[in-house]
Design a protein around this ligand. Structure first.
Ligand code: DX5
Ligand code: ZN
Length: 217
């Protein structure tokens, strides 16, 4: 399996110092920056749009991993690609034409990811998995940071790892020092973490402890 990659979610960062926060986690070893986009329809919360991604572009020397939790992802792919996203992931639950959206993302030169809510079976992505660069398994219900990891998702992670060979399998929600070891053992290789990283006194220790399962708090 490839190196474990850590993607801090800026949702838990200090938005008044976003550029500095991004620079600090990159300095501390972040492999990509995870950006949570919510629209108040697909999720109960509203977060950030393409203009923030565009502002962060010059601060971001690692890939920008944009997670669209929105009802009509196809309408916004170009905006996020133009803003400088490197990876664009959208939810399988968001609409009937995932292939079309995957093609849109790739034609714009970005990597494509497909995301599953906790209540969605891996069977729902059976016929799209081969077209994406990454599968993202939500380990909480999307909408907010700081929620508890749902342990039943470990079985889904194992099943998806068996489906996708050595492509990237990302997990998102409730990832900390102990759940990171469990998801890695189940087959995840890209770990999103918001609260755990940004509430830790040392971003460096937090990121290293996620990657290795030792150290940290
Ligand atoms: C949840 C978001 C997550 C969130 C993770 O809807 O997709 O990326 O920021 O936050 P933590 O790590 O605090 O669970
Ligand atoms: Zn996310």
């Amino acid at each position: 399996m490839s190196k474990i990659k850590i993607a801090p979610s800026i949702l838990a960062s200090d938005f008044s110092r976003l550029g500095e926060e991004v620079a600090s986690v990159i300095e501390a070893g972040a492999d990509m920056i995870h950006i949570d986009v919510m629209d108040g329809h697909f999720t109960p919360n509203i977060t950030i749009g393409p203009c923030v991604v565009s502002s962060l572009r010059s601060h971001c020397t690692v890939p920008m991993d944009v997670h669209l939790m929105i009802s009509d992802p196809g309408a916004y792919i170009k905006d996020f690609a133009d803003a400088g996203a490197d990876i664009i992931s959208f939810h399988i639950e968001a609409g009937p034409h995932p292939h079309r959206i995957i093609n849109q993302i790739k034609e714009l030169g970005c990597q494509a990811g497909i995301v599953l809510n906790p209540g969605t079976s891996e069977n729902d992505i059976e016929f799209v998995a081969e077209f994406v660069d990454m599968v993202l398994v939500m380990t909480v219900n999307p909408g907010f940071g700081g929620q508890a990891f749902i342990p039943e998702m470990l079985r889904k992670i194992r099943n998806i790892r068996a489906m996708i060979g050595d492509r990237d399998l990302e997990v998102d929600g409730g990832i900390d020092q102990s759940t990171s070891a469990e998801v890695i053992a189940a087959g995840a290789n890209v770990l999103v973490a918001g609260s755990y990283v940004f509430r830790h006194a040392s971003y460096l220790e937090a990121i290293e402890s996620l990657r290795t399962g030792v150290g940290g708090e």
